[in-house]
Design a protein around this ligand. Sequence first.
Ligand code: Z5A
Length: 210
Amino acid sequence: MEGLLITFEGPDGAGKTTQVYLVDEYLREKGYNTLVTREPGGTSISEEIRNILLNSVHSEMDALTEMYLYAAARAQHVKQVIKPALREGKIVLCDRFVDSSIAYQGFGRGLGMDVVETVNQYALQGTEPDLTLLFKMDIEKALNRGRARSGCLDRLEREKLEFHRRVYRGFCVLQEKYPWRIKEIDASKSLDDVFKQVLKQIEYLIYCKK
Ligand code: Z5A
């Protein structure tokens, strides 16, 4: 089977990371070759960029700088990690990807979808997700879940609720624009229930690609 890129998207604290690891364990047990990675991050350069992006010290960061830094981290990640893994036939499970840039920088920061998509076309180098699981739930509840877990907030988590609402709207617009790729997961359910929804989508994708 050719490689597959599956991305996990949605508001902060919706349960994406938890599900990435559950899926990884499940697929490995079934004998699939998987790779878990994340954005921003996934390479040493991209992880350094992540530290700059999330550091709450940089409260003066301009929206354009932010967009380019996410795209720069992505360009390195795609070239160094994602493309080689896909060539090797791996199932790549990526915790956030380009849709987060469109939602957070395009809608949240107000740069607009077109600008962010255009800049990211270069970063993506022709790579597109085969499936995107969009974790949807009440954003306040999701943010509270994340905050209960980590305690201290990064630069984006410190943004006002209104910012996170615009981001969420961005994800919904993307879902309407790319319904064949972006599948909704009801993230308000229990861990097991969310896992069942996630597996249903992934197993269908694997069945279609066989
Ligand atoms: N960002 C951007 O602006 N532009 C971009 O292009 C990209 C990213 C790629 C990265 O943050 C930040 O960068 C992010 C978007 C922005 N900022 N914000 N805000 P990150 O990688 O550090 O964090 P995150 O991706 O936003 O997610 P997170 O905090 O790790 O949350 P999560 O992965 O969705 O949730 P979780 O860690 O799996 O679970 C959170 C808690 O809920 C935890 O205690 C779990 O045990 C619990 N949980 C999980 N599932 C459930 C269910 N079903 N029920 C009850 N409790 C649950």
